[in-house]
Design a protein around this ligand. Sequence first.
Ligand code: ACO
Length: 286
Amino acid sequence: MLWSLVSSLIKHSSVSHTIVTPQYVLSPRIIGKCSDQLLCRRQQNNWKQSKQIRHQLNNQLGNSNQSGNMANIDNIRISVIQPEDRQRVLDFLRIHYYCEEPLTVGREPKQQDPADEEFNLSNINHGTCLMAINTETESIVGAVLAGPKGPDEAEHLFEEAAAEGQSKWGIILKFLAGVERDANVFQRYGVQKALHAHVLGVDGEMRGKNIGGRLMSELMRLGKKLGYEILTADCTSYYSARLCERLGWECINAAYYADYVDDVNKKPVFVVQPPHDCCRTFAQRL
Ligand code: ACO
C-alpha cells in the first residue's frame, strides 16, 4: 500500500486488446459444499437482483443504454486509465463492482468506505489500471485497478489497518494483510517487484464474455512491459477465481470467510453469500 504511494507516476496511452484461449478449468475446491442445484438457483437470484439494482443506478446516471448488450463483442478497446478518467471509472465501479464485491457486501453497512474508493482509484496514477471500452458507445464495460507492491506489503497493510481501526476499510485491510502474509508471494517466488490487481469489475450486462479475462491478460502484458516480475490478485469472488484459474494462474492461498471470525464474539467478520466462500490468491510470473 505505502509502496504504491511512493512509487513513481508512469503513464501509458493505450494497449491493444487480446483474445484469450477459452480453456476452462472447473475446480471442485471452489464449488465447495454447494450442490449444483443450489449454486444454480443462487446464481440466478443474485444476478437477477444485482441486474435490477444496476438498471436503477444506470437510469439515475442517465446512461441506461450505454452499457447494454453489444451486437459484436469484439467491439471492445482496452486502454490504460488516465487521471482524467477517474470520475467515470468511479461511477462504473459504484454500479458494477462495489454492489457485488463479497468483502464490501459481506459487512454492514454494505456501502463501501470512501477510503476504500480513494485507495483503489489512487492506483490510476501508476499507469497500471486498464478499462474495457465499448467502441460503439464509448462507455466503460470493465475495469481492473492494479498497483505495485514490495516484499514489505503485508507489514504495511497491518500498519495501515491498525491506523484505520474499526472502520469498514480498516477491517477489510486487516483481512487482506493476513492474506498477503499467508500467500507469502515474495519469498515463495523469490521476487522483489509485484503488480497486484486490487479491483476487477465487469458490466453486469456483459459478464461471461471473458471481458474480465481480456483485462487480466492485457494487465499481464502491461506489467511485463513495465518490468514487474509477477502479477497477483486476491480473488474475493468465486467468479474472479474461476477466471484466474482459466487463465492458468497459480492458486497459492485460500482464506475461508467462515473461518475468519471476530476475536470477541467468534462470529464470521464477513457474512458472504454462496457461491463465494473464500478469498483465493493467484499469482502469475511475468
Ligand atoms: N453471476 C453469475 N455468473 C457470473 C457472474 C455473476 N455475477 N459473473 C460472472 N459469471 C460467470 C460467467 O458466466 C462465467 O461462467 P462460465 O464460464 O461458466 O460461463 C464465469 O463467471 C467467468 O466469467 P468471465 O467472462 O471469465 O468473467 P467476467 O468478464 O464475467 O467478469 C467478474 C468476472 C469481474 C468477477 C464479474 O463477475 C464482476 O464484475 N463481479 C462483481 C465484482 C467482483 O466481485 N469482482 C471480483 C472481486 S476480486 C478482485 O477484484 C480481484
